[in-house]
Design a protein around this ligand. Structure first.
Ligand SMILES: CSCCC(=O)C(=O)COP(=O)(O)O
Length: 386
């Protein structure tokens, strides 16, 4: 089995030379007469340049094939091989990684499992983020959750900035919110997922995750790129953690935003997340509040879905953009809004209702022109944010 990687180089760079440097430098490290007596041993580890194509803008994409025997079926050894030391070599960006189907860790719950747990099969899911991100007590979280959960919300997550802080310790947040989730289940028969942000040093984080699940957490949130892919892999392959893991993209820009350096967003937030065991992955939506390339967004969506991972386009999601999201994604998507729900002029419950009204109107093929909208939560949202 082999691993294929595409590297894109600007016109001023000798792509052929750099591709060879990668194929050797990132594998055996050297290939010269001096090591001739070990030729057979080394040969099986060497990468191979399998093609170079020029794009319309003069950039060249070099394809390098790597042997799978060089890596440990995980993301850390893979990244070290394909781009470790070379990432510091100057212009050159990883724009595609193609892995064997069974490489890495599979989502334990994924799209199908999340839908089963919620009992929702025929529509996009609606997700909220606790806001303000910091400053709320554990009881404040529960009070907000009561409002949005009874309004019909499917999933809520902590803000990624909310660590295990004295103002609202993680276990207290879970304790207070779990009671609300139970109330909602008893009164409506509906399940709502609460993705609790799990933080701490690697060993402590895993212990904490197990404890949270034991105490009733029905989903987890992980800042995968700041804590590391191996932390996600450890949680995803832990049988005691039988809840969906929502992967947050915080820090992705530090790896992906450079036009000629780093890795493409679709590699990090698509391929790597999907082979590290995430069940749902958040990433910026092109029509949201962060600048994002629609082509990269489309690639992420398709890569994730191919491995049963829920795409969660996020950041600046408002009820008014529901028609666009549904046009691009269809039903298998999670609509995730922080301020787009929490800052609704009539309060968070109306924020949730506005999303459901928007879904209903798209389903019925109805207009979003404020002049045609009935009085209600959606109209207020459109008047506020467009
Ligand atoms: C960059 S994708 C993650 C989005 C997120 O976690 C968030 O807090 C977005 O908040 P918003 O108010 O823009 O919905």
């Amino acid at each position: 089995m082999t691993i294929i990687v595409d590297y894109r180089f600007p016109p001023a760079i000798n792509a052929e030379k750099q591709a060879k440097t990668i194929a050797i430098g990132q594998t055996a490290g050297t290939w010269s007469e001096r090591h001739g007596h070990r030729q057979e041993q080394l040969q099986q580890h060497l990468g191979e340049v399998v093609g170079i194509r020029e794009e319309a803008d003069g950039y060249k994409v070099a394809r390098v094939r790597f042997p799978e025997i060089n890596v440990e079926n995980d993301i850390a050894s893979l990244l070290t091989m394909i781009f470790g030391k070379y990432s510091m070599a100057g212009a050159g960006k990883v724009v595609g990684v193609y892995l064997p189907e069974n490489y890495g860790t599979k989502a334990k719950v994924g799209i199908t499992g999340i839908r089963q747990r919620l009992g929702v099969y025929d529509r996009p899911l609606v997700m909220a983020i606790f806001k303000p991100a910091l400053g709320l007590s554990a009881q404040d979280h529960a009070d907000i959750l009561r409002e949005v959960a009874f309004a019909g919300l499917d999933v809520i997550k902590d803000d990624e900035i909310m660590a295990d802080l004295p103002v609202a310790p993680t276990h207290e947040r879970l304790d207070c919110c779990r009671r609300v989730l139970e109330e909602v289940r008893q009164q409506t028969g509906r399940n709502v997922l609460y993705a609790v942000n799990v933080t701490g040093k690697a060993d402590e984080l895993q212990r904490k995750a197990r404890l949270l699940v034991k105490h009733g957490a029905n989903a987890l949130l992980l800042n995968v790129l700041t804590y590391g892919f191996s932390v996600l892999e450890a949680l995803a392959s832990d049988p005691a953690i039988d809840v969906p893991i929502f992967a947050h993209p915080a820090f992705a820009g530090a790896m992906c935003a450079g036009s000629d350096t780093g890795l493409a967003y679709s590699v990090v937030l698509g391929t790597m997340m999907a082979h590290a065991g995430a069940d749902a992955v958040l990433y910026p939506a092109a029509y949201g509040s962060l600048p994002f390339d629609p082509q990269e967004e489309g690639k992420i969506r398709d890569i994730l879905r191919d491995r049963n991972v829920f795409p969660v386009p996020s950041a600046g999601i408002r009820p008014g953009i529901v028609p666009q999201v549904l046009g691009d994604y269809g039903r298998n998507v999670i609509l995730n809004a922080g301020t787009g729900i929490m800052d609704h002029p009539w309060g968070p419950a109306s924020g949730v209702r506005a999303f459901f009204e928007a879904l209903g109107r798209v389903e019925a093929g109805e207009s979003f022109d404020p002049a045609n909208l009935p009085e209600g939560a959606l109209k207020q949202a459109i008047l506020e944010w467009g």
